[in-house]
Design a protein around this ligand. Structure first.
Ligand SMILES: Cc1cc2nc3c(=O)[nH]c(=O)nc-3n(C[C@H](O)[C@H](O)[C@H](O)COP(=O)(O)OP(=O)(O)OC[C@H]3O[C@@H](n4cnc5c(N)ncnc54)[C@H](O)[C@@H]3O)c2cc1C
Length: 256
C-alpha cells in the first residue's frame, strides 16, 4: 500500500482518537447520553456511527459501534448508550465511565445510512427504542442547517418511561411546523392515550408517515427484528425499496 494511503488511514477516519467524557445525562433509567471531547474530530454526517474501544489495565480490549446522536460541530460528539442485560461495554459506559475518563473512538463510519442536510425532499424517520439515536442527529442537523425538508418521525417504545430526548422532541415540534413526531407504545401507554399498546404496524406507518407517491427518503433504525418488519411493511405499502435505508442495532464487535 502506498505510503500516503497508510498515513491517511492513521490520521483520518480510521485512526483511533482518545476522547474524554465531559458531560453526561440520563435519558431513561437505563440509557445515558455521553458528551465526548474528541480532539481532531474530522466531522460527520447525521446517521454515521463510531467504533468505541475500551482497554483494561491487563490489555484486554472490547470494541462496539455507537451511532452519533449530535449534529456535526467542533470536537464534541454525543452518543446515547442503552444498557443491555449482561452487556459488557454498555454497562461500563452507562454506569462506570466518569467525567474526565478516556475512551478510544474511531470514525465517522458509514456512508449509506446518512441524511445530507442539503436535501429538501420529505423524510420519514422510524425508530425502535435506541434506534432513535442517529435519527436525532438527523433532526438536529436539519435544525442546524435551517433546512425546510419536512420530517416525520415515528418512534416506537415499550412504555412512556423509555422515550429518549423527550423534552427536546417536544420543544422542537412546538416551534417547527416542518417536524412531526408520533410516539407509539408497544407495552404500556400514558394516561389518556387512545392507541392501545401494540407494535408499530402498517396502519401507523400509513397514518403518520408519508404516502409513497411523495417518495420520502426513509430511515429505519432499531433492533434487527423491528427494522426488518418496518422495512418490509414500508415496501408493502408501496415505498421504493431503493430509498428505504436501514440500520440494525444488533450485537457488534467483540472482545480483543
Ligand atoms: C451500527 C451500530 C450502531 C449502534 N448504535 C448504538 C447506539 O447508538 N446506542 C446503543 O445503545 N447501542 C448501539 N449499538 C449496539 C452496540 O454496538 C452494542 O451491541 C450494545 O451496546 C451491547 O454491547 P454490550 O457490550 O453491552 O453487550 P455484549 O456484552 O456484547 O452482549 C451482552 C448480551 O446482550 C446481547 N446484545 C448485544 N447487543 C445487543 C443489542 N444491541 N440489543 C439487544 N441485545 C444485545 C448479546 O447477544 C448478549 O446476550 C449499535 C450497533 C451497531 C451495529
Amino acid at each position: 500500500m502506498a505510503r500516503a494511503a497508510v498515513s491517511g488511514r492513521l490520521t483520518g477516519r480510521l485512526a483511533w482518537r482518545v476522547a474524554r467524557l465531559v458531560d453526561h445525562r440520563d435519558e431513561t433509567p437505563t440509557a445515558r447520553t455521553l458528551v465526548l471531547a474528541v480532539p481532531g474530530w474530522p466531522g460527520h454526517l447525521p446517521g454515521q456511527h463510531v467504533d468505541v474501544r475500551l482497554t483494561a489495565a491487563d490489555g484486554y480490549t472490547a470494541q462496539r459501534s455507537y451511532s452519533i446522536a449530535s449534529a456535526a460541530g467542533g470536537d464534541r460528539l454525543e452518543l446515547t448508550v442503552q444498557q443491555v442485560p449482561d452487556g459488557e461495554v454498555s454497562a461500563y459506559l452507562t454506569q462506570t465511565y466518569a467525567i474526565g475518563d478516556p475512551v478510544e473512538v474511531r470514525g465517522p463510519v458509514g456512508g449509506w445510512f446518512v441524511w445530507h442536510p442539503t436535501g429538501s425532499g420529505p423524510v420519514l424517520l422510524v425508530a425502535g427504542g435506541s434506534g432513535i439515536v442517529p435519527l436525532r442527529a438527523m433532526i438536529r442537523a436539519r435544525a442546524a442547517a435551517a433546512s425546510q425538508a419536512p420530517f416525520r418521525l415515528l418512534y416506537s417504545v415499550r412504555t412512556p418511561q423509555d422515550v429518549y430526548y423527550a423534552e427536546e422532541l417536544r420543544t422542537r415540534t412546538r416551534s417547527d411546523a416542518g417536524l412531526a413526531v408520533t410516539v407509539s407504545y408497544s407495552r404500556r401507554v400514558p394516561p389518556g392515550h387512545r392507541r392501545p399498546p401494540a407494535r408499530l404496524g402498517a396502519a401507523d406507518l400509513r397514518r403518520a408517515g408519508w404516502p409513497p407517491e411523495q417518495a420520502p427518503a426513509c430511515f429505519v433504525c432499531g433492533p434487527t427484528g423491528f427494522v426488518e418488519s418496518v422495512a418490509d411493511t414500508l415496501v408493502s405499502l408501496g415505498h421504493d425499496p431503493g430509498i428505504v435505508k436501514t440500520e440494525r442495532f444488533g450485537p457488534s464487535g467483540g472482545g480483543g
